[in-house]
Ligand binder design. Structure first.
Ligand SMILES: Nc1ncnc2c1ncn2[C@@H]1O[C@H](COP(=O)(O)OP(=O)(O)OP(=O)(O)O)[C@@H](O)[C@H]1O
Length: 315
């Protein structure tokens, strides 16, 4: 979906209303915070989510990663009850279609950092979020800001990008949500600020009571903070794995030219050339001992795994 200008900060953060609707009729796995099965969404004649299935356990940082138009934003919107959809979807034990108000008490949704209006003062941003989110702790936000150069009367347009990141983070981190949903939160920031954003989120916000779901194209810089990764392609979740078991399934091997044919016989899912005649081959589900016999092995980076998984997407 083409990114459009967003006009306010916390799109999903609405004042909680009375509990509405019925409980979802089927039980999700005890530890799953979000559980989807046969999730489908079609816009006119475009299928955005096509029988997608996934589970997000509590206390995790999950990256939802996919190429443009894969269905990431649509999946988030469904979880937040912002669009109608078909199939089963349970978020925090609630049905987003009928229990959105109740859901929003425990969910915080923040779009990218650039959404803070330029005319807004620090104190106005605080008042705004305070007014729309029931779990926003104003004092906590002000404590976070104390350690920065930001002053209550400073306007967004007077801030450097780094300061905007600090304000954004202070607002996010003062919301005591069980589920924090971030849709490409660092769009438009350079690599230093992007790293700073994720690092602070990890160090000052995340704990085992919280779950963070983040979509991004910037695979490399969130890789180290993720506990789980989901790849989405053409509306389907094509990979859903904890980061710490990724290396049990996927292995990269550095192969010399003379062993290349032998290595290809083990059917790599991708290969790329290196200088001096070496090739890196990426395998899915081939035993580590067999691969160790043909070259030096290592766990692939998420970016290389993403490229291999998405081959053909841009054809
Ligand atoms: N309101 C809409 N009306 C029609 N088609 C839509 C609408 N929103 C999304 N789509 C289409 O649904 C598909 C999935 O879009 P979605 O925004 O979920 O993808 P995405 O993975 O978030 O992409 P991006 O990374 O580009 O933001 C795309 O083909 C998009 O064009």
């Amino acid at each position: 979906m083409a990114r459009r200008a967003r006009t306010h900060h916390a799109t999903g953060a609405e004042r909680a209303g009375p509990a509405a609707g019925r409980r979802w009729p089927w039980r999700c796995t005890v530890s799953a915070l979000v559980s989807a099965k046969g999730l489908r969404k079609a816009y006119k004649n475009k299928v955005a989510l096509d029988d997608a299935a996934f589970e997000i356990p509590a206390g995790r940082i999950v990256g939802l990663i996919g190429p443009n138009g894969a269905g990431k934003t649509t999946a988030l919107k469904a979880m937040l009850g912002l669009i109608p959809f078909d199939g089963q979807l349970n978020v925090l034990g609630l049905d987003p279609r009928t229990q959105r108000d109740e859901l929003m008490r425990d969910v915080c949704f923040i779009a990218d950092v650039a959404v803070l209006p330029r005319w807004m003062k620090v104190k106005e941003a605080i008042e705004f979020v305070s007014g729309v989110h029931p779990r926003f702790d104003k004092a906590r936000c002000e404590r976070f800001l104390k350690g920065t150069q930001l002053k209550p009367n400073m306007r967004v347009r007077e801030m450097s990008k780094g300061m905007i990141v600090q304000l954004h983070l202070a607002l996010v981190m003062a919301i005591d949500a069980r589920l924090l949903v971030l849709d490409e939160p660092t769009l438009g920031l350079d690599i230093l600020y992007r790293k700073q954003f994720y690092q602070r989120l990890l160090e000052d916000y995340f704990d085992e009571q919280k779950t963070i779901l983040v979509t991004t194209h910037q695979v490399e810089e969130i890789e180290h903070i993720l506990t789980d990764v989901m790849f989405i392609r053409d509306g389907k979740v094509v990979l859903d794995t904890p980061m710490d078991t990724l290396g049990e399934r996927f292995i990269e091997v550095f192969v010399d030219a003379q062993r290349a044919e032998e290595a290809r016989g083990l059917q790599p899912i991708d290969e790329r050339a290196l200088p001096f005649g070496k090739t890196v081959m990426l395998y899915d589900g081939v035993p580590a001992e067999r691969l160790a016999a043909i070259g030096e092995t290592r766990t692939p980076g998420l970016a290389d795994l993403f490229v291999a998984t998405m081959k053909g997407t841009y054809a």
